[in-house]
Design a protein around this ligand. Structure first.
Ligand SMILES: NC(=O)c1ccc[n+]([C@@H]2O[C@H](COP(=O)([O-])OP(=O)(O)OC[C@H]3O[C@@H](n4cnc5c(N)ncnc54)[C@H](OP(=O)(O)O)[C@@H]3O)[C@@H](O)[C@H]2O)c1
Length: 257
């Protein structure tokens, strides 16, 4: 199941037929767009797919990107100045009592230190947040997470080192299977590092279009010496109201030649 001592990654996403995962740029999952009323049937199908994944895999984590929950335009919460020894904070923080009590990790990729609400996801029994952070985050942010007893894993200079972070999720938190819930930039970074193993894709019966609207995988263009990830179809199921549920396994991206 696991590859290179990292969790097996099952991506779950919904998208328009032209691959857009939102109605426009800069929207978080909490922003309401008027066109959302056209997607009334999407909620139950999303739940059905989630339940199917959980029944098959019992994932111990679900990962999301910071852009899905925090707008780039939103002003950052100011945190108290930290005056202690900063160097000790730039290391993993895994409070024992939190690790022992957690059965499902809500994983926020937050390489710039923008997740400052103190949200812990503890309303879900056995659930807890863990932030993946990079060395570029301000020390005040790390001090805040420690004060709130929110675990974090450190790795990467400006962005999170995703391969290293997945290895830590595997070795330090025991995550063997995790879900990837986007958004587009995180999916793209995961794709380029060959970290996606399976995809459950719900296709909305619509075209959205756009140049800056997030897509399923937003990242640098494929290099001439790289292959796209080839997918093997596991199943394709027609759902109510013209939705499609596509399930694929991902083949590794191998260099050409
Ligand atoms: N339809 C769906 O199923 C679905 C699901 C989820 C989200 N969405 C939508 O998708 C949109 C958000 O997507 P988005 O692309 O703007 O944001 P996003 O993917 O949620 O956030 C970007 C994330 O990618 C990380 N990242 C980018 N490049 C990286 C790299 N090279 N290495 C490591 N990490 C990297 C960023 O890290 P930093 O924190 O360091 O910047 C950040 O965590 C929202 O509209 C949301 O509602 C739709």
């Amino acid at each position: 199941m696991s590859k290179d001592n990292r969790p097996y990654v099952v991506m779950q996403m919904s998208a328009s037929v032209d691959g857009r995962i939102a109605f426009g740029p800069g929207l978080t999952m909490f922003d309401k767009h008027p066109a959302e009323e056209l997607l009334l049937d999407a909620g139950p199908i999303w739940k059905k797919v989630t339940e199917a994944i959980h029944t098959e895999w019992h994932p111990q984590g679900t990962m999301m990107g910071s852009g899905t929950v925090i707008s780039d335009q939103a002003p950052l919460r100011k945190l108290p100045t930290f005056s202690g020894d900063a160097s000790v904070l730039y290391d993993d923080f895994l409070p024992e009592e939190v690790v022992a009590a957690t059965r499902h990790w809500h994983i926020l990729v937050d390489g710039r230190g923008r997740g400052r609400s103190g949200y812990k996801a503890t309303e879900n029994p056995g659930g807890h947040m863990v932030h993946l952070v990079s060395r570029s985050v301000p020390v005040e942010y790390l001090a805040f997470l420690r004060q709130e007893r929110i675990p974090y894993l450190m790795g990467g200079q400006t962005h999170v080192d995703l391969t290293g972070a997945l290895h830590k999720l595997y070795t330090k938190l025991g995550i063997r299977v995790m879900c990837l819930w986007g958004g587009g930039a995180l999916n793209g970074a995961m794709l380029r590092e060959g970290l996606i193993d399976e995809i459950h894709l719900i296709l909305w019966p619509m075209l959205i279009g756009g140049r800056r609207t997030p897509t399923l995988a937003d990242c640098d263009d494929l290099l001439p010496d790289r292959q796209p990830s080839v997918l093997q179809l596991v199943s394709a199921q027609v759902q109510e109201e013209g939705y499609l549920w596509l399930h694929y396994k991902v083949s590794n991206m191998l260099p050409i030649g």
